[in-house]
Structures are given as structure tokens and as C-alpha cells.
Design a protein around this ligand. Structure first.
Ligand code: PAF
Length: 274
């Protein structure tokens, strides 16, 4: 595995690769969720590039940019074991100049739900993903369904900018109790981890209701809200279609149920695709 930190060396190394490139962009603190993206990318491509870059432009003022977990050594080992060909870990200085041309999130889809709670987050995320897709030259890039809105926006960006890269959605990975894996789970104490389970429990309650024939979104949302009483604050519970338009009634095969909530000082998200 080559560890590359500068853009010129990445371009040189890429020139030596023959065949298809799968790409997994990450912010590090790798866990089994990331590993599942890498495994899928490895199985579908001749080469695998992974990036680790804690992208400053997608963090809002007062968010956890400074404290975001950084585990370079452990992450490198995981990538080595996963059969990564190139691990790209650029510096902020090499990725950005002072007066940057901006990629913006779409006016509606980029500013609802997480985009409303974290205004500007998706602009920064799309900006860095555009750079990383160009730099990696990927034929396919792998994104987890846990960040459902991110996945929808990246897919739209690839479509709107005619990027020669297929965006591949990957299933959410959970721990044995049901907690969706996230690098930010590292902030949680054991007690908070137990309370964080209310997110997946609320989604399980939603599943039960749907299986029992309930399709009214208001009813499902109020059932979920009751389960979520165990967390500090609920940012949103939403039921949308795959295009992120609010639904009044569940449409099987075209529905995402999303929840964002705070446990202690940690904001968690989870969702269910039905
Ligand atoms: O999902 C993430 O880890 C980040 O948003 C991404 C896609 C690596 C862009 O910084």
C-alpha cells in the first residue's frame, strides 16, 4: 500500500494503475462501516483508493473539527489489511486555496433536515467530494446509506456535473445492539451508548408499524417521538421519498425514515430505507 500525502504523487501513482478504480472517501477513525465500503469497492474494482481527510469546510463554527477523532496509525493498518492500493491523506493547504471557486448544494435538498440544522455543511462536503472524485479518477465511489442526505446529494452532483463516476450506495453497519456505526460514537460513554440506541429503537418501532399496515407518516412519526423520549433533544424525525421530498404516506420501495438527535454533546443520525 502506498501512503500518499501530496497531489502530484497521487497523480503519478494513479498513472501506473491499469483497470478500474474504486474509491472510498473518509474522514478517518475507521470502523467496520468503512471496512464494508472498502470490501465492496475491492470486490468490484481492480484497484482501491481510500482517502482520509478531516475536511474543514464541512464543519460549522463551533462544531467538532478540532476534536474529531484522528487515528492515523490505526487507520493505516486497517487500510493495509483491507488491501488498499493507495491511501491518500492530504493536508488542508494542498486541498484548498484562499479564494476558492465554490460548489453549492441545491437550494432545497441541500438546506432541509441536516442542511437546515447545519447550514453550509453540504456545500463544504460536496466541494471536497468533487475534488476527491477528480483526484482519485474513480470509476466507482462508495458512500454509506447512514448519511442518506449526503449520499443523495453526491449522487445528484455526479449526475448534474456528468462526472464519469458511479456512486454506489452501501448498507448501514450496526453494532450487536443495533447502534449505527459512526466515528462520532467514540465521543459516547457506555451510558450514552445505551441511550443512543433509542435512535435505532425508534426506527424499529417505525418498521413494526409499517409491517402492521400503518402508512400515515404523522402516526409513524409520533410513535417514533415517544421512543425518543430517552434522548436529550430530537433535531428531526422525517419521512421522505428517495428524492428527499416529504411524504404524507409511506411508499414501499421509495421511502427513507430519518432521525437526528443529541445524546449528551453528540449529535447522531440514523435512518431506515423501506
Ligand atoms: O462521510 C464522510 O466521512 C465525509 O462527509 C466525506 C464524504 C469523506 C467528505 O468529507
Amino acid at each position: 500500500m502506498k501512503i500518499i500525502r501530496d497531489i502530484k504523487s497521487l497523480q503519478d501513482a494513479k498513472r501506473e494503475l491499469r483497470g478500474s478504480i474504486g474509491f472510498v472517501p473518509t474522514m478517518g477513525a475507521l470502523h467496520a462501516g468503512h471496512l464494508s465500503l472498502m470490501t465492496k469497492a475491492k470486490s468490484q474494482n481492480d484497484h482501491l483508493i481510500v482517502s482520509i481527510f478531516v475536511n474543514p469546510t464541512q464543519f460549522l463554527e463551533g462544531e467538532d473539527l478540532e476534536s474529531y477523532p484522528r487515528k492515523e496509525e490505526a487507520d493505516s493498518k486497517i487500510c493495509q489489511l483491507a488491501g488498499v492500493d493507495i491511501l491518500f491523506m492530504p493536508t488542508s493547504e494542498s486541498m484548498y486555496e484562499r479564494d476558492e471557486l465554490r460548489i453549492g448544494a441545491p437550494a432545497i435538498k441541500g438546506y432541509i433536515l441536516d442542511g437546515e440544522k447545519r447550514p453550509g455543511h453540504f456545500d463544504g462536503m460536496l466541494q471536497v467530494v468533487m475534488k476527491l472524485l477528480n483526484l482519485s479518477g474513480a470509476n466507482r465511489a462508495y458512500f454509506g446509506k447512514k448519511d442518506a442526505q449526503q449520499l443523495a446529494l453526491v449522487t445528484q452532483m455526479a449526475r448534474n456535473y456528468f462526472l464519469p463516476c458511479e456512486i454506489i450506495p452501501c448498507e448501514i453497519v450496526r453494532d450487536e445492539r443495533g447502534l449505527a456505526l459512526s466515528s462520532r460514537n467514540a465521543y459516547l460513554t457506555e451510558e450514552q451508548k445505551s441511550r443512543a440506541l433509542f435512535l435505532s429503537k425508534s426506527l424499529k418501532r417505525a418498521t413494526k408499524k409499517v409491517m402492521a399496515g400503518e402508512v400515515e407518516c404523522d402516526v409513524i412519526i409520533s410513535e417514533m417521538r415517544a421512543v425518543l423520549e430517552g434522548v436529550e433533544r430530537v433535531d428531526y424525525i422525517a419521512i421522505v421519498n428517495r428524492n428527499f421530498e416529504r411524504l404524507e404516506r409511506v411508499e414501499l420501495g421509495n421511502t427513507i425514515i430519518l432521525v437526528a438527535a443529541w445524546v449528551g454533546d453528540t449529535r447522531l443520525i440514523d435512518n431506515l430505507w423501506i
